[in-house]
Design a protein around this ligand. Structure first.
Ligand code: SAH
Length: 345
């Protein structure tokens, strides 16, 4: 089977070129065509000889994303459902958000997810496979092309658990970071995880300069396990230990995501427990009104409760902010569009 040429970082691509009898500098030209000129065919790589272009087309694919759906929210958020074209059900979602400091996209890392979080739209529909590095970066490229914009920030908060597809995500980040590639600094990339502890240690040891977000959602093992089965494998104490190690190694602040659900994790008692857990840590808490999914048992907390929760944390010296909800009119929460589309079939 032909390999997707987008999967290679610059060094790998140089090796590939040598293997097919080409000069390594060709790799740099191709890498720029893919990531900076954003071409979608080998034919467009006009500084390569016709012969080389044909050789590339014989040996590699260039990815074939199709926009299955594009939804535009009243607030300007745009949501893409991409068809990867290798199988009919291979759909992923990518969301484009505009903030005052530029464009952010929320990328998917897998087709489906194995984590089984009870509040998430990806639960209950099949996990298909990991995304390849080039399928991660192509989400950025396809949207930059479609909208004629430059994206400055990436968050791994789409479908999938990025740390469950570790090597491919790391490779995609290398392609993003490379000044000859997408040229997006690590500081502008966030990885969000449900809490795969061994991989957090690995990130720390690699001195990744990305922002790490932890989907905490509760500071109590019983509640957290009832929301997120991953907590049975890696309970809160172990997760926090890994986070402390990460902070020590990288000197970077960790962002804790906390989706508030009515009468589930939104009491003042919960806030107290959370403040105790994060006391003294280089951390920031992002409070999110939980997005209710179809037949989901979790409903949004009231604004009043959310503000009380935030104020309590702030009083205790924990930096907490309420995340603005974007795209709620277009099902922008992770996995909702794929879920709808698959269930219609
Ligand atoms: N698997 C990774 C990244 C994808 S989910 C993770 O768990 O972090 C991105 C974020 O959206 C996570 O914080 C996740 O907990 C949150 N999320 C998923 N479904 C949600 C919902 N219905 N309402 C609010 N947040 C949700």
């Amino acid at each position: 089977m032909k390999k997707n040429i987008r999967n290679y970082d610059l060094n790998d691509l140089k090796q590939e070129m040598i293997q097919i009898g080409q000069k390594p500098f060709r790799a740099e030209q191709i890498f720029k065509w893919l990531n900076q000129e954003k071409v979608s065919s080998f034919d467009e790589m006009t500084n390569l000889s016709l012969e080389l272009r044909e050789q590339l087309a014989e040996n590699y694919t260039i990815g074939n994303f199709q926009i299955e759906h594009k939804l535009i929210s009243k607030d300007g958020t745009k949501k893409y459902l991409f068809n990867l074209c290798d199988a009919e059900e291979n759909l992923i979602e990518t969301v484009l958000m505009q903030y005052h400091h530029g464009y952010t996209i929320c990328v998917s890392s897998q087709i489906g997810c194995k984590m089984g979080c009870k509040f998430c739209a990806s639960t209950g529909i099949p996990f298909v496979r990991n995304l390849e590095p080039g399928e991660i970066t192509q989400q950025i490229i396809a949207i930059e092309r479609d909208e004629n914009i430059r994206i400055s920030n990436i968050v791994f908060m789409g479908i999938g658990e990025p740390l469950d597809n570790f090597e491919n995500v790391m490779k995609a980040i290398e392609i993003m970071n490379n000044p000859k590639g997408l040229n997006i600094g690590a500081r502008h990339i966030s990885i969000s995880t449900s809490g795969i502890v061994p991989k957090i240690y690995e990130l720390a040891d690699r001195q990744m300069q990305c922002t790490l977000s932890i989907s905490l959602h509760s500071s109590n093992n019983q509640t957290r396990s009832s929301m997120m089965p991953v907590n049975n494998a890696y309970p809160i104490e172990e997760l926090i230990k890994a986070c402390q190690y990460y902070i020590e190694k990288t000197n970077k602040r960790i962002s804790f995501e906390y989706a508030l659900a009515k009468e589930n994790n939104d009491n003042i008692e919960d806030a107290k427990e959370l403040a105790k857990l994060l006391k003294g840590m280089l951390a920031h808490v992002n409070l999110i009104p939980i997005n209710q999914i179809e037949d989901g048992k979790f409903t949004k907390s009231t604004n009043e409760n959310i503000m009380k929760f935030r104020d309590y944390l702030n009083e205790k010296g924990i930096v907490a902010t309420i995340r603005r909800e974007l795209g709620s009119d277009i099902n922008a929460a992770c996995g909702q569009l794929r879920r709808q589309n698959l269930s219609k079939r």
